[in-house]
Write a protein that binds this ligand. Structure first.
Ligand SMILES: Cc1cc2nc3c(=O)[nH]c(=O)nc-3n(C[C@H](O)[C@H](O)[C@H](O)COP(=O)(O)OP(=O)(O)OC[C@H]3O[C@@H](n4cnc5c(N)ncnc54)[C@H](O)[C@@H]3O)c2cc1C
Length: 386
């Protein structure tokens, strides 16, 4: 028995209804997602019915108002979903679904909200957000996909890459240039593209990744794709860049939540492993190095948790600024990788075997430092505030 017991730490945003919601989500993920992970990894995407099942228990769009079919909760509910998926090592695109919903909720017309959000909440439509292009990732201003206005339509040409949920997406929130000649951010807009039976639109096959095999990421191609002019997101063209900059903190906070939950889970799994594993006649935990390393990991995870909780609180209160969100994304994903890597080391060779959760965690979490804005870009943002 441990000499010093942990004092229970409760996140300040964890009220009774959020706690109940966690119980439901945890049970659901355990029963409906966890048993099928080998298949998801093999086929590179979740089963189609996973979406409607998740919608059925209120796991999708939990922070969208009920009048649009959402759960009527706050980011605390989203955090619970992200944490439970991360703890179970399940990569399901519900956070992308929430990101797309947020764009529609904040910038969409009443018609767009009523048209899309209820179906997304039920899991009948899967959403994707498509910013990145082969020649423009960190440099959002460099996108070349063009939407040219022709009467009451836009005609879209170009391609996107690394798009999560891409192969399943019935709705794409697409970053385009509506005015290719405009300097800087002014020519960029967001357009909601309904993909079902859309001539000229094609999603490529899921791209092979290092980890996160259960979630699809693919290329999207637009060849003279015509969408109604009413698909523009927001009241006028040229607002897309500012919309993305305003909403990226939400995405970065979501990445940070998964980072802390993964780090915490890695410490739990490894603590159990080193108690069970015997080397030269004694459990690994009895080696001082093991205890020191795990003590460091646990401390870093806890420090990360407290910072994350402060960011979640600030977000719920409408006070999370882009620089603090960048700090969270950068620092927490760096810690996550360091902690998981240390935990792999403590597992020895087993930590490198894909059947062990810690090995998958390691491969899965590497990308956290790259997407949603590479951590170097986060540091640039933070530096601008100096
Ligand atoms: C698994 C996965 C899922 C993704 N999902 C989506 C999605 O759903 N939608 C979407 O639009 N995109 C998605 N992306 C794309 C992701 O956001 C980009 O990969 C990321 O923004 C980096 O862009 P890039 O790959 O073009 O790298 P580049 O922009 O070429 O950057 C390469 C590296 O250069 C360095 N760097 C870049 N800029 C700077 C700078 N200003 N200062 C210092 N160093 C810098 C960084 O180290 C960076 O990692 C996904 C990517 C992956 C891998």
């Amino acid at each position: 028995m441990a000499l010093f017991m942990d004092m229970t730490y409760d996140s300040p945003w964890m009220g009774d209804d959020v706690r109940m919601f966690r119980k439901t989500v945890r049970q659901f993920v355990q029963d409906e997602f966890a048993p099928y992970q080998a298949r998801w990894r093999e086929q590179h995407h979740a089963d189609a019915e996973a979406w409607t099942k998740a919608g059925g228990i209120g796991m999708l769009l939990s922070d969208v108002p009920q009048e649009y079919g959402g759960g009527g909760g706050s980011f605390a509910h989203e955090a619970v979903v992200l944490e439970e998926l991360a703890r179970a090592g399940v990569h399901f695109g519900s956070s992308i679904q929430s990101i797309v919903a947020r764009y529609i909720l904040i910038y969409g017309s009443a018609e767009q909200k009523h048209n899309w959000l209820p179906r997304m909440a039920r899991g009948q439509v899967v959403g994707a957000i498509a910013m990145t292009e082969p020649a423009a990732g960190s440099d959002l201003l460099g996108i070349q996909t063009v939407a040219r206005r022709e009467g009451d339509h836009y005609v879209i040409n170009g391609s996107k890459t690394f798009i999560s949920n891409g192969s399943r997406a019935g709705l794409i929130c697409l970053a385009v240039k509506t005015d290719p000649k405009a300097a800087g951010p002014k020519g960029i807009s967001l357009i909601l593209v309904e993909t079902n039976g859309l001539p000229g639109y094609r999603a490529g096959r899921p791209i092979e990744k290092v980890g996160r095999h259960g979630q699809d990421v693919c290329e999207l191609f637009f060849d003279d794709v015509r969408v109604p002019a009413a698909s523009l997101l927001g009241p006028a063209e040229g607002k897309g860049y500012f919309q993305m900059i305003d909403q990226l903190p939400y995405e970065r906070l979501a990445v940070s939540v998964a980072a802390v939950a993964t780090a915490e889970r890695a410490v739990e799994l490894t603590t159990q492993y080193v108690k069970d594993r015997t080397v030269s006649g004694k459990p690994l935990i009895e080696y001082q190095n093991t205890r020191m390393k795990l003590a460091e990991c646990k401390t870093e995870a806890q420090v990360g948790r407290v910072f994350l909780d402060s960011c979640i609180d600030r977000f719920i209160a409408g006070r999370l600024d882009p620089v603090t969100a960048a700090m969270a994304k950068y620092w927490l994903t760096e810690r996550e990788f360091r902690i998981v890597d240390e935990c792999v080391q403590l597992h020895g060779g087993y930590g490198y075997m894909i059947e062990y959760p810690i090995a998958r965690m390691w491969a899965d979490c590497r990308v956290q430092r790259i997407y949603a804005g590479a951590n170097e870009v986060m540091k640039e943002m933070i530096a601008w505030s100096l």
